[in-house]
Design a protein around this ligand. Structure first.
Ligand code: LIP
Length: 280
């Protein structure tokens, strides 16, 4: 890894802090903001999402003019979503937009950076909690400078599992989500939680607060940064069917260790969704 990635990471941390201030300033007024919808009536976006994404992309373009971008709101506006070998910033300006709109206090700015389709650094700033999660490939994961380590728990029956209901309420999808949830609850696990932000759920795995997180229907910008934070904290990542994680497949399972991950994968109905990089 060359020094240029460290300077890019320093820039990402500074931008996440700046973006976090914009989100904090807006959160009190979030309920007054015009709330727009994207793929469904519960897939929300606000002007603050768009403003923060512009702020991040403009600044990166000035400093790293040759780099590429995948940004949640740019893709919603029609940009292509293809992960190439080029240095690529993968940005979710507000991960947890529904939380933001409702002032539920888990809202993150998520910035992943990949080269040759491999995430080199990840920054997740949980801005209402002022928690800056960072990881750089091969150099560990941290929260506000403190090293992170996943839970040591090996028995899934002693675990807390994080998951979400997502933003697809088609009856067939809801049935599959609930039948998986029923099997997971019935293992039985100690509990099931959801922060409302994929990025924060992954940071909770990295911090050892929950043993695992899974979801179908997320996007590459929700999980790129968090995936490195989990692996650098000693965790494992896989597809919900137990195969290899594919960042563009919109399916993720992150866990503290292989045995918890494999047990969980056996309980999940791993239905397919349209890939992020499917030709439109
Ligand atoms: C959210 C994810 C969450 C998922 C929501 C949504 P957004 O991202 O973090 O895990 O359940 O449906 O995709 O839209 O707030 O960036």
């Amino acid at each position: 890894m060359t020094d240029i990635w460290q300077s890019a990471m320093d820039h990402a941390v500074a931008l996440a802090r700046k973006a976090g201030q914009v989100v904090r300033d807006a959160v009190g007024d979030a309920q007054k903001e015009a709330v727009m919808v994207k793929s469904s009536s519960i897939d929300l976006v606000t002007q603050t999402d768009q403003k923060v994404e512009k702020l991040i992309i403009q600044s990166v373009k000035e400093k790293f003019p040759t780099h590429c971008f995948i940004g949640e709101e740019s893709v919603a506006a029609g940009e292509v979503c293809v992960l190439t070998d080029s240095p690529t910033w993968i940005i979710d300006p507000i991960d947890g937009t529904t939380n933001f709109v409702h002032t539920f206090p888990f809202v993150a700015i998520s910035i992943g950076f990949s080269v040759n389709k491999q995430v080199e650094f990840g920054v997740v700033y949980s801005c209402l909690q002022d928690q800056m999660y960072t990881a750089r490939r091969g150099k560990g994961a941290f929260c506000n400078g403190r090293p992170l380590r996943v839970s040591h728990e090996k028995d899934i029956r002693q675990a807390i599992i994080a998951t979400e209901f997502g933003s697809n309420r088609d009856p067939g999808v809801v049935d599959k989500v609930f039948s998986s949830l029923k099997r997971v609850v019935s293992i039985p696990v100690h509990g099931v939680r959801g922060a409302g932000s994929a990025a924060i759920n992954m940071c909770l795995v990295a911090s050892g607060c929950v043993e695992a997180y899974y979801e179908i229907g997320i996007h590459v910008w929700d999980i790129a940064a968090g995936s490195l934070i989990v692996s650098e904290a000693g965790g494992v990542l896989m597809d919900v069917d137990g195969g290899l994680l594919d960042l563009m497949s919109r399916r993720v399972l992150a866990a503290n260790n292989q045995s918890v991950a494999e047990h969980l994968a056996k309980e999940i109905d791993a239905f397919r969704v349209r890939r992020d990089d499917a030709a439109s």
